[in-house]
Structure formats: C-alpha cells, structure tokens
Design a protein around this ligand. Sequence first.
Ligand SMILES: Cc1cc2nc3c(=O)[nH]c(=O)nc-3n(C[C@H](O)[C@H](O)[C@H](O)COP(=O)(O)OP(=O)(O)OC[C@H]3O[C@@H](n4cnc5c(N)ncnc54)[C@H](O)[C@@H]3O)c2cc1C
Length: 478
Amino acid sequence: MTQTVAEAPTDVLDRLKAVVGPSGYLDDPEEMAPYCIGWRDRWNGRAALVLRPASTAEVAEIVRICAEHRVAIVPQGGNTGLTGAGQPHEHGEEVIVSMGRMKRIREVDPLNDTLTVEAGVVLAEAQRAADGIDRLFPLSLAAEGSCQIGGNLGTNAGGTQVLRYGNTRSLVLGLEVVLPDGRVWNGLRGLRKDSTGYDMKQLFIGSEGTLGIITAAVLRLFPKPTDAQTAMAAVPDPEASVRLLAHLRKELGEAVTAFELMGRICLDHAFAYLEGHEDPFDAPHDWYVLTEVTGQGAPGTLHDPLAEALAAAFEDGLVRDAVVAASGDQAHKLWSIREEQADAQKPAGASIKHDVSVPVSRVAAFLAKADAALEAAYPGIRPVSFGHVGDGNMHYNPLRPEDWDDAVFAAEREKVNRIVHDIAVDLGGSISAEHGIGRLRLDEAEIYKPAEELDMMRAIKRALDPHNIMNPGKMIRV
Ligand SMILES: Cc1cc2nc3c(=O)[nH]c(=O)nc-3n(C[C@H](O)[C@H](O)[C@H](O)COP(=O)(O)OP(=O)(O)OC[C@H]3O[C@@H](n4cnc5c(N)ncnc54)[C@H](O)[C@@H]3O)c2cc1C
C-alpha cells in the first residue's frame, strides 16, 4: 500500500483552489500557521494549502482531485484536539480541509428529536439550536465554543454528561461522508432502528479523519431538563466515590447526569493559581466528588432528594461533608473548579498527561497502583487526578517532583506513560478514553491494542482508502 503520498504539483494546487474560489483557500504560510499548530503547541506542521470548502459538492471535488494525484488530506474542525490528529506533518505536502464554512443547520425535527447539521457547526451552536426547540443536545466539553461537530465525531468526544447520555457514538443517528475516492455516502437517516447490515456510521465516528470527511450528521436530541441540582461532596477516598455513585444511582436513578472526582491538589491549584475560587468547605479533604442531577420536574424538585441521598451516604461513611448548591451561581462556581483544571495545573510545573479509562469498579485500584508505582520510580512525584469517574475515565496528570526541572521531567514521558498505561490495560482499561490516538499515542496503540484488532483496523483502512490519502500517519499505521 502507498504509505507516503505525493507532493502536490502547482497545477494540482491551482485546481484545488479553483474548486473553492478565492475566498475558500489560504496559501500564505503566515495565514496557514494557525491551522498547522495544535492546542498545546506541541504539533507544529506545515501545509501545502488550507482549503475551506462551503458545500459537500466542493469537499467531494477536492477529494477526487487529491485521490487522482495522491495528495494527502488532513480534515480539520475547530482544531482543539489534543493528540496531533488534526495538524499536518512537518514535510509540508498535505492539504488541510478545514470545515468551518460548512455551518448550516440543515433540518430541525422536534417530533423525531433530531437535528441535522453540517460538520462545521460549532458544538455550542448545535446546543443552542437544540435549546431553541426546547430540547437538549447533551454533548458538553470545555472546548465547546470552538470545537465542531465534525471534530466531535472524528474523535468520538466525551465530556461531562456521558454518564447519562453516552458519548458521541450514542448521540448520532446518521452521517453524510465524502469517501476517499470522492464519492458521497448519504447515510443521513434519522432512524433509531435499522437492522440492515453493518452500522457504517460507527466506523467513521472516532476514525480521526482517516476514512473520509464527514460533511453532515443527524444528531439525537433529548428532553431539556427543567431542574438541575449540583453538589460537591468530600469523600474519604476514590473507592468511596465509586460506592457513592452506586448509592446515588440507586436513590436517584437516571437523574445522576454527571459525576466527577478530583484530588485535593486540584482544588489547591485552583485556589493558588486562578482568580475567583474559594474552598466550599471549612476544612480540607483528600478527595472530592462533583455531581449533577437533572430531571423534568419543577425547578428545585431534586434539591431535597439529592441532599437526603448525600446525608444517607454520610451516615454510611461514604461522605465526609457536602454542599448542595443553593443557586445557579453557586453551582457554576463549583463546576468552574473542575472545568478550569487544565489552566489551574499549568503554573505548578510540567505534567505528563493521561486520558485512561478502566471499568468503574476498578478506578480506585487504578489510582492506588499508579500512584504507588510512580512514587517508587520518581519519589516526590505529585499525582494529579481528576475526571469523569462515572465513566471510569480519569485524566491522570502526574506533576514533576517539586525540585525537578520541567524539561528533565518531560524527558521521562515515555517511561511514565508505560508505567501508567501498563496498569490501566492490566485492569482491563484503555490508553485513551476521550482524546484519541492521533500522533501522540500511535506507537502505544501498537503496543496495547490486540494484534487482531490492529489487523481489522488496517483492513478497513486499506479497503476504504487504498492510496492512504486520508490523514496518513494518524491513529493507525498501514
Ligand atoms: C480545553 C479543552 C477541553 C477539552 N475537553 C474535552 C472533553 O471533555 N472530552 C473530549 O472528548 N475531548 C475534549 N477535548 C478535546 C477536543 O476538544 C475534542 O477532541 C473535540 O471533539 C475536537 O473537535 P475539533 O472540532 O476541535 O476537532 P479537530 O481538533 O479539528 O480534529 C480532531 C480530529 O477529528 C478529525 N476531523 C475533524 N473534522 C472532521 C470531519 N469533518 N470529518 C472527519 N474527520 C474530522 C481531524 O482530522 C482530527 O483527527 C478538549 C480540548 C480542549 C482544548
């Protein structure tokens, strides 16, 4: 299989420019630079051209020309991905297809509870469109003001409400995709039941742009909750947090929408380095849970049931202290401690970031084993753990020991990754629960994924993209 694609000759680039017209491309290196660099400044590539198509027909024509001349394509949404999947390589021969101009809401169907949107619609815009018809599109993440539906689909994004609504895979009923030969697959079906063979849309969701360019999607909508209650609970340890989750689900059922765990160090960072945060408790505790329950009752309906469930958990020793937010403003303040963790952690020094998942019942074992193994290898290392414990997904970002230099610690990345990922996988887990493989975890995917699974992935990639023009060198090597 052709592994590396060709450098695009000038006449091919000219044909591509003609497809989108003068307002649809960038070829000045300075103007292309923001499209070539990733959110964490880590992946800084070069592109031959940035194309900004305005329709599915334009995307299809671009892909046809690229396929004919074996020019590699990097599909790009809001460029908020964290694994280098959305940026070009350093050789400068790829073209970026940036989807931001395809931002039409094509159809709103309140009775089918669906929204059909183009791939360049920003996530927050999709949420607003759902809100406009009194529905909820529940995908929610800190980058929602910039990331696009196409990127959310490309990465199978998660976020804070996966516990109740599932991740992107569960929120999509149909897709329209430009295939690597330029044909358009119209799979924009708004069906909840369809037993007619392979579920092709699921192949494209989470494929990181390696199988085609998604141009539109049918999204699932839900009743908009009319009541939401937020609480922060101090818990003795992660095991208690998992038991508290089971207890809350028993008492409150599906109303438990979010359930996040944070170590004390997360709160310390927020108080030390960010403005406007204060400790909601009188005394410090080792671990905290932030939970949200939502429902369809009158505002405030769930306040007392949540407080009572937490009080019962206190009696059982699962909770040491708890606050139930008395207002939307207080709820927002509690949530901001969690949502601003990426910024809160930065000033504390270099950290090595992980996005692992394990079965929920093994979260505590994962944290205990990983903390112990890292402390043995790097005495004084400071584990920072926060995340979506309700989905078994932890952002596990150990910080350098206080007396280490940032660069010296960063050089240990591979060894630290190996320790953490060995433990996660031994516990039946995954090395990436949300952010994906991209370039960041490409080598590790080959270590940790079963050979049979890698073979199936390669077979699918070869079948759909025989010339390897779709985002080569990302997610899977062929
Ligand atoms: C502050 C912050 C918080 C975040 N929080 C979360 C979180 O809670 N949960 C989570 O899952 N992620 C999170 N992320 C990661 C990121 O926001 C998500 O992965 C998001 O889904 C990426 O969307 P994007 O539009 O920016 O995609 P991009 O970064 O542009 O692209 C991501 C991948 O999708 C592919 N792609 C983009 N558009 C298309 C398309 N139309 N067709 C085919 N492939 C396409 C790209 O090639 C690339 O492989 C966070 C990132 C930041 C910066």
